[in-house]
Ligand binder design. Structure first.
Ligand SMILES: NC(=O)c1ccc[n+]([C@@H]2O[C@H](COP(=O)([O-])OP(=O)(O)OC[C@H]3O[C@@H](n4cnc5c(N)ncnc54)[C@H](O)[C@@H]3O)[C@@H](O)[C@H]2O)c1
Ligand SMILES: O=C(O)[C@H](O)[C@H](O)COP(=O)(O)O
Length: 386
């Protein structure tokens, strides 16, 4: 079989070389010509998969090694009886750890204690629910808005309206898909009116999709002096992000919240297993059999280390969002005259030094307080008491 794939999908040969001949392209350059005689198309979020791409192709299976599927015309694939698989939850832990790093950094910069804040979570799916569980275990009060789960009478938490969440949360973090249709569309969910409802000095984090927040309205609000701290990992019009918005954003990253090594490989593996099922193939490849993944040295703390020090040191030893923020700002500052915003944004993502996830890091603690150990376990660290 012929496989056409986004070059940014990790371990393509390890997983798929026994299934077919693989040809890779930059995700944004996969067009009708590239897929014309392909049987299987493997993409990430930057390839629009629709009738314009597939109408005259032989593609029988589309896989996106991502959580988001807003780049896929699902109705068209179904109508054409083209098999489809995404990778739900594959990098959800990475996004949670991104949010945790943002909170860790802002808590230090603004001198607050997480436990004293109310966190509003918009969207309680794979990412939002994991974040909810982590924050709950850390004793942090959460408000949750998810009208779809609420309508389905989900009882995993008490739900509030979005307007109540915006009015009462100190920190608002967005984890919905980007949708334009249905009962609860999320395109510009946070428009000018809703941005106005955010508390003074609130923190807004968007690691979902750029257009869930009206970026023009956000820029107007911030330019008018609204006291708001914003962390954006996703931007409207990616990769042509609005560079005038950049200086108004406190933490700015190039859509890498889900870019852990573990999450990216999980995405590839999930689509591989779906293809094996769809084509009745033996699912032989195991991630464990692939070259060992980079491991971080174990951390250890003295028994009198304070909780804040242990948490912050552990988080930053694995991921410090300030590094990605600085890299993005320096890259745009150094932007060569002829280099476009899109080239810089995409290059940062293509050459991203993927990080590991907290669960892969062993933290050795000498007879520490139960509070420290349980907090680290809440963050999914691999805790060993020595
Ligand atoms: N920045 C990144 O690198 C990154 C990584 C992973 C996922 N994402 C994005 O985050 C989104 C969420 O990821 P997930 O794995 O939790 O997806 P998911 O599908 O598991 O959960 C999404 C949740 O949002 C809820 N929802 C839908 N419309 C809503 C609305 N109007 N208001 C409130 N809630 C609403 C759904 O009911 C669902 O519970 C993905 O669709 C993707 O676009 C971004
Ligand atoms: O939807 C997802 O899984 C994430 O947004 C992921 O980070 C997308 O990564 P990309 O396809 O842009 O490489």
């Amino acid at each position: 079989m012929k496989i056409v794939a986004d070059e940014n999908i990790p371990l393509l040969n390890a997983f798929f070389q026994s299934i077919g001949d693989i040809t890779t392209y930059p995700g944004r350059e996969i067009g009708p010509e590239q897929v014309a005689d392909a049987d299987i198309l493997l993409v990430r979020s930057v390839t629009q998969v629709n009738q314009a791409l597939l109408a005259n192709s032989s593609v029988r299976f589309v896989g996106t090694c991502t959580i988001g599927t807003d780049h896929i015309d699902l109705a068209y694939l179904e109508a054409q009886e083209i098999n489809f698989a995404a990778a739900p939850g594959c990098n959800a832990n990475a996004v949670v750890e991104y949010v945790v790093s943002v909170l860790d950094v802002l808590a230090e910069q603004q001198g607050f204690n997480w436990q004293d804040k109310v966190v509003g979570i918009v969207g309680k799916g794979n990412v939002g629910d994991r974040l909810y569980q982590v924050l709950n275990k850390l004793g942090i009060t959460c408000l949750v808005s998810d009208p779809i789960l609420e309508a389905a009478e989900d009882e995993s938490c008490e739900y509030v309206s979005l307007d109540q969440l915006l009015a009462e949360s100190d920190i608002v973090t967005l984890h919905t898909p980007l949708t334009e249709a249905g009962d609860y569309p999320t395109h510009h969910l946070l428009d000018a009116a809703r941005l106005d409802k955010l508390k003074p000095n609130a923190i807004l984090i968007n690691a979902s999709r750029g257009a869930v927040v009206d970026n023009q309205a956000l820029m107007s609000s911030l330019s008018a002096g609204k006291p708001l701290t914003v962390a954006l990992d996703v931007w409207e019009q990616e990769p042509e992000i609005n560079r005038q918005l950049l200086p108004l954003i406190t933490i700015a990253t190039p859509h890498i919240a889900g870019y852990s090594v573990d999450g990216k490989i999980a995405g590839t593996e999930m689509v591989y297993r779906a293809i094996c099922r769809a084509f009745g193939l033996p699912s032989r490849v195991r991630v464990e059999g692939i070259k060992p993944l980079p491991k971080l040295k174990a951390l250890s703390f003295s028994s009198d280390a304070c909780l804040e020090e242990v948490l912050s040191t552990s988080i930053r030893s694995v991921y410090d969002v300030r590094q990605d923020d600085a890299l993005l700002r320096n890259s745009f500052r150094a932007l060569a005259e002829d280099a476009s915003t899109a080239q810089v944004f995409d290059s940062l993502r293509k050459h991203y030094r993927s990080r590991r996830e907290f669960s892969t890091v062993k933290v050795k603690i000498k007879k520490c307080s139960g509070k420290v150990s349980s907090a680290l376990k809440a963050l999914n660290f691999n805790v060993v008491t020595v």
